[in-house]
Design a protein around this ligand. Structure first.
Ligand SMILES: Cc1cc2nc3c(=O)[nH]c(=O)nc-3n(C[C@H](O)[C@H](O)[C@H](O)COP(=O)(O)OP(=O)(O)OC[C@H]3O[C@@H](n4cnc5c(N)ncnc54)[C@H](O)[C@@H]3O)c2cc1C
Length: 398
């Protein structure tokens, strides 16, 4: 007899880990299948920010910003070693598109959505202090705004969430590659799931299968029978570079030549610069930083930090893939503007009344806990009710 679980989750990125934690906290039996390693996908290649998403205000995603700010406040409390508040600086030059009045309005709205707490307030940095800003170019500089947001180690946060799930009984198999599933038919309680573990094909049964495979989401759906409906998505590549040099004051939020926001951040004793947005159509496992992305990020860095103009070695590069609603445009490697597209996480059940499969599309590191709670609410009528072990709003991490 195949072992049976309440929930089998494919993927141990931040969403798989978060859903495993929320399910184990409800006393449910959980198995997580991961093909490579915890956080080996997008969850180790993000900008590493637990942020309210100031730039989402421009596309009117107010409820997302409010939610992100609430989750940020909670994570600062639950994981103080992993999630830390940082000063963020936005310089405004003569040719910067977003003018001081617009930034002031945006930052005021941001503070309002965050309940006017000290951690969401902003200020204008007096010009007498500009020379302290890590060598920021002051030629034609008109204003610098400072506000706060949080930085994390995305892979360490994911491991901490998975560890919390395991402490409450969730099982994790690595390397375990999901190879197929047959969803329960006509009154059958369970679906049958197949995976390759240590070179062997193994099977198990689950009341609900959760597809948290990030950019592999459609590949996983393609291995399920009867074939579930798929939502149209685009994979959008984002690259970061690590260059030598430490920033002592915080994180810089600058405008690149195409008007996109780029972050320049302190990272493990060096400086992390990112990100880009390029269309991607290949195998998610084969995503690599592109030469044009590297050149774009180095040009942006040199534009704002003159001491990088003489050229710097690049210590590391990394590329991750966002899952966004399909737009129907974008050539391979072509730069995209995706800011206006929704960053809301989409939970897609195979059937409305009695889901046997739930797929997670998109999402953010910042809101992983809320997404996991929403998955639990969506599956409430299907999963058994067990003795509650904990509440994720109070579970310390790390
Ligand atoms: C460039 C970039 C910057 C970002 N910056 C931020 C940020 O600063 N802040 C923020 O909040 N969000 C950010 N995001 C969004 C955030 O990083 C992602 O939404 C999140 O990490 C996605 O996590 P996930 O668990 O859905 O996917 P992943 O982390 O990709 O995890 C999916 C897992 O599934 C596994 N898997 C796939 N197929 C199988 C299979 N067949 N069998 C077993 N396992 C399988 C993979 O190995 C992988 O480990 C960023 C995203 C990108 C791309």
């Amino acid at each position: 007899m195949a072992e049976s679980y309440d929930l089998v989750i494919i993927g141990s990125g931040i969403h798989g880990a978060g859903i495993a934690q929320a399910a184990a906290a409800r006393g449910l039996s959980v198995l997580v299948l991961e093909q490579s390693g915890i956080a080996s996908g997008t969850s180790s290649r993000s900008s590493k920010l637990i942020h309210g998403g100031l730039r989402y205000l421009e596309s009117g995603q107010f409820s997302l910003v409010r939610e992100c700010l609430r989750e940020r406040a909670l994570l600062l409390e639950l994981a103080p070693q992993l999630v830390k508040l940082q000063p963020f600086y936005i310089p405004v030059y003569r040719d910067t598109t977003r003018r001081p009045w617009l930034l002031r309005a945006g930052l005021s709205l941001y503070a309002l959505l965050g309940g006017l707490q000290p951690a969401v307030r902003f200020r204008r940095v007096p010009s007498g202090l500009w020379q302290n800003l890590d060598g920021l170019d002051t030629a034609h500089l008109q204003a610098v705004f400072q506000y706060s947001d949080a930085q994390t180690d995305d892979a360490a946060l994911t491991r901490a969430v998975m560890c919390s799930a395991q402490q409450m009984g969730a099982q994790l198999k690595i390397p375990a590659t999901f190879t197929g599933a047959r969803l329960g038919q006509d009154g059958e309680r369970d679906s049958i799931i197949e995976y390759r573990h240590n070179g062997q094909i193994e099977t198990c049964a689950a009341t609900v299968l959760v597809n948290a495979a990030g950019p592999w989401v459609q590949q996983v759906l393609g291995r399920i029978t009867p074939a579930p409906a798929q939502l149209g998505i685009d994979l959008v590549q984002g690259t970061h570079l690590v260059v030598p040099g430490t920033l002592t004051q915080g994180i810089y939020y600058v405008e690149a030549e195409d008007k996109r926001a780029v972050f320049v951040m302190p990272w493990q004793g060096n400086t992390l610069v990112g990100t880009t947005e390029s269309a991607y159509h290949g195998d998610p496992a084969a995503v690599r930083p592109l030469p044009q992305e590297q050149a774009y990020l180095l040009r942006t860095l040199a534009r704002y930090f003159p001491h990088y103009r003489s050229g710097q070695p690049v210590l590391a590069t990394m590329a991750g893939l966002r899952v966004l609603p399909a737009s129907g445009s974008g050539t391979e490697g072509g730069a995209l503007s995706v800011n206006a597209r929704s960053r809301e996480t989409v939970l897609h059940p195979d059937q409305q009344d009695h889901p046997r499969l739930l797929t997670v599309y998109g999402g953010k590191l910042t809101t992983y806990r809320l997404t996991a709670e929403r998955v639990m609410t969506r599956l409430a009528g299907v999963l058994p009710v067990r003795k509650v072990v904990a509440d994720t709003r109070h579970l310390k991490l790390g």
